[in-house]
Design a protein around this ligand. Sequence first.
Ligand code: CAA
Length: 388
Amino acid sequence: MIDANSFELTEEERMVQSTAREFAQREVAPLARKIDHEHYFPKELIPKLGSVGFMGVNAPAAFGGSEMNNVCYAIIIEELARVCASTSVIVSAHNSLCLWPITSFGTDEQKKKYVPKLSSAEWIGCFALSEPGTGSDAARQTCMAVKEDGGWRVNGVKNWITNGPVSDVCVLFTMEDAAAGHKGITAFIVDMKTTSGVSLGKKEEKLGICGSPTSSIIFEDCFLPESQLLGKSGEGFKVAMKTLDGGRCGIAAQAVGIARAALEDSAQYASERKAFGKPIAEHQSIQNYLADMSCSIDAARLLTWSACRRKDAGVPYSRQAAQAKLFASETAMASTVKGVQIHGGYGFVKEFNVERYMRDAKITEIYEGTSEIQRLVIAANLLKEING
Ligand code: CAA
């Protein structure tokens, strides 16, 4: 890896970085091309990711988690994304979007039931907020939960669910009272394989992160007992928003990893490829590209790690998480486009990895809140901080 910046990592964080880098190189990198080309879900990696503690990164040790901090989490996601963006988002959606809300809002019974199995990778988790007609405007949920004796009857469709086709557990958001707007939203935990009335829609064919399985999830007269309520009835929107703050740090780290892959591969290629009698790395236009990529990637990583430090310190970090996600995802897109350009014709063919990085980068500007939504979150928080 190119030496990054002077952000002070603790000894533990450095150890996690070297373990994650070594794991990514040894276990994930050899599969990365197959994962992309064959749209292959790397099932053999899941238990290995569990055994090194990467499937329960922040979860409490008392429930079988690794209880690492959020900087460690960003480091792990960056190292996985450096070699395979698909693998990194499988891990990130599982940790940030399923395990985190269960450990943060779940009852003791729920934690005992779900956290050990999710942390050990026996179970995989997903998060179901988006719907066919409800993306950025997350408060406008139409998947209905109607109260009945002992629980709720759920009907509706959830869309674009990362890990949906392979999940055992889903954190689900529903509308109980449309007239109450976001205060009518209620969250649940769903056992995907054993609850009747739950089925999967078609698996999506995607531009990038092709090994990360995505589908819709259909709820038809699905009964969820009281034991599956996550948090309080009507407080689901806050569960979703707080979960997404953390998720955005994970996607920022993923974007840093993808951008770094483009930079490292491009710097190496430019040092070897000759034009006009010398390596193209000695031509100033190529140096300008590399310099711009390097600046933005270091800045993106610093934004990401400092948002994580704030989360670890228990201080508000919604704006910082959105800033990290916005800047890192735009950096990933710009850096991978430059990476393709540096590779010239070789950048456009599948023999080299850089075209994969460019395809994988695009989604980081879309999922867990588009760049437009990140700007909205940043400005809203900024104005609140200034005006009180
Ligand atoms: N933490 C805690 N509370 C929050 C919060 C946060 N980060 N953000 C908002 N809230 C609270 C507000 O304080 C407010 O509370 P009160 O009613 O008590 O005052 C309430 O929530 C409503 O807030 P807003 O008025 O700001 O809500 P809004 O309807 O205007 O929407 C939004 C805000 C930021 C646009 C939100 O809808 C949003 O984040 N949209 C994007 C959704 C998104 O990221 N979707 C991605 C889905 S996940 C995914 O990609 C799938 C995958 O598998 C990877």
